[in-house]
Design a protein around this ligand. Structure first.
Ligand code: PEP
Ligand code: MN
Length: 337
C-alpha cells in the first residue's frame, strides 16, 4: 500500500503517519515529490488498518500496490532516482557511457584502454578483476592486482570505476577500490551477495540474469534496496533464447518497460547482449533511442589478443566513432551525451 499525503502536508503530519505505520510492524519508505509526499508501506503480510490511516490529518488517500516489488516500484517513488558517481549523474538528462575491457589483463592494456575511452568521451571505466567464466580453465581475472590497476587508471584519467564482485566475502575488498559494484548476470539471484552489496552502501550495477524475467530483476533489486541502499542501476544485457546467431537476445523492450515499472536508472550492455562487435554499434544506438540512461560497452586496444570476450570488444577507434554517432540520437530523445 502507498499513502499519498495532501499537497502541503506538514512534516509533523508525515511523521505521524510514519509512526502509525511503524507501530503496526510495517516499514515506511518516504518519497518526497514536487506535488505530494508518498509513503510506501512495506509489511510482512499483517494487515494495516487502511481506513484508520485515511482518517489521519494530511492524508489524501491510500492506494494498494499489487506488485511484489515495492521499493523498486514507481508507485513508491514516482520521481526517477539519480545515482551520482564522482560528478556524473546516472539517471539524469545525460546518457552515461561505461567502457573498457572485459577483463583487466595487464597495466599496459588497462592504462591504454582507460586513456582511449576517456579521450572518446566515456564517463566510467569498466574492467573485470574477478571474472565469472564458463570454464574453470579460462582466465579468471587478476584479482586484487586488477583492482589496484583500476584504482591507478582512475587516478590517471579521473574516470570512476565499475567492476564485478562475485561473492559476499570479497565485497569489502572490492568496495575499497570500486566506485560501482557490479553484480554479474550469473549472480543476479545470489541472495547472500545481494544482501552484502546492500549493506556495503555503495552504488550497485545489477545485471539481468540470462534467464530472468523483468520481475525477477526487480525483485533482486529489492534485496539491495531493502538495506536502505537506493543507489541501484539496472542493466539489460540480453537473455537466452532459441536464437544462436547472437550470444544473447538483447531485450530492448525491457528499457521502456523498466522505465515504466521502476524509478531506478536503466543501462544497456550491447556487448554481452549480442556477442558480436559488429552488432554493438546498432544496438547501442537502439538502446539510447529506447530511453536507456546509459550504456556499458567492452573496448579493447587489441581485441584479437583479448583474454576474454575479444569477439564482442570494439577497437578504440570504433568506440570513438560510436560515441559520435550516439550524440544526435541522444539529442533526438531529449538527452545529452
Ligand atoms: C561483464 O560485464 O564482465 C560480464 C561478465 O557480464 P555478464 O554478467 O552480463 O555476463
Ligand atoms: Mn565480458
Amino acid at each position: 500500500m502507498i499513502v499519498i499525503m495532501k499537497h502541503g502536508a506538514t512534516s509533523a503530519q508525515i511523521a505521524n503517519v510514519i509512526a502509525r505505520v511503524e507501530q503496526s510492524g510495517c516499514q515506511a519508505d518516504v518519497s518526497e515529490g514536487d506535488e505530494h509526499t508518498v509513503i510506501g508501506v512495506i509489511g510482512d503480510g499483517r494487515p494495516l488498518d487502511r481506513e484508520q490511516i485515511e482518517r489521519m490529518t494530511g492524508v489524501e488517500r491510500t492506494v494498494s500496490v499489487a506488485r511484489p516489488f515495492k521499493r523498486a516500484s514507481r508507485d513508491f517513488h514516482p520521481q526517477s532516482t539519480v545515482v551520482p558517481i564522482n560528478g556524473v549523474q546516472i539517471g539524469g538528462e545525460q546518457v552515461i557511457v561505461m567502457a573498457g575491457p572485459c577483463a583487466v589483463e595487464s597495466e599496459e592494456q588497462l592504462m591504454e584502454s582507460a586513456r582511449l575511452v576517456k579521450e572518446a568521451g566515456a564517463h566510467v571505466l569498466r574492467g573485470g578483476a574477478f571474472k565469472p567464466r564458463t570454464s574453470p580453465y579460462s582466465f579468471q581475472g587478476m584479482g586484487e592486482k586488477g583492482l589496484k590497476l583500476l584504482a591507478q587508471a582512475r587516478k590517471e584519467t579521473g574516470l570512476p570505476v565499475v567492476t564485478e564482485v562475485m561473492d559476499p566475502q570479497t565485497v569489502p575488498l572490492v568496495t575499497t577500490y570500486a566506485n560501482i559494484l557490479q553484480i554479474g548476470a550469473r549472480n543476479m539471484q545470489n541472495y547472500a551477495l545481494l544482501h552484502a552489496v546492500g549493506e556495503a552502501q555503495r552504488p550497485v550495477l545489477l545485471k539481468r540474469g540470462m534467464m530472468s524475467t523483468i520481475e525477477e530483476l526487480l525483485m533482486a533489486a529489492e534485496y539491495i534496496l531493502s538495506h536502505g541502499n537506493n543507489r541501484v542501476i539496472l542493466c539489460e544485457r540480453g537473455i537466452r533464447t532459441f536464437e544462436t546467431y547472437t550470444r544473447n537476445t538483447l531485450d530492448i523492450s525491457a528499457v521502456p518497460m523498466l522505465k515504466q515499472l521502476t524509478h531506478l536508472p536503466v543501462v544497456v550492455d550491447p556487448s554481452h547482449g549480442t556477442g558480436k562487435w559488429e552488432l554493438v554499434e546498432p544496438m547501442a544506438r537502439a538502446a539510447v533511442a529506447a530511453g536507456a540512461d546509459g550504456l556499458m560497452i567492452e573496448v579493447h586496444p587489441h581485441p584479437e589478443e583479448a583474454l576474454s570476450d575479444g569477439a564482442q570488444s570494439l577497437k578504440p577507434e570504433r568506440f570513438a566513432a560510436l560515441m559520435q554517432s550516439l550524440r544526435p540520437i541522444a539529442e533526438a530523445v531529449g538527452r545529452t551525451l
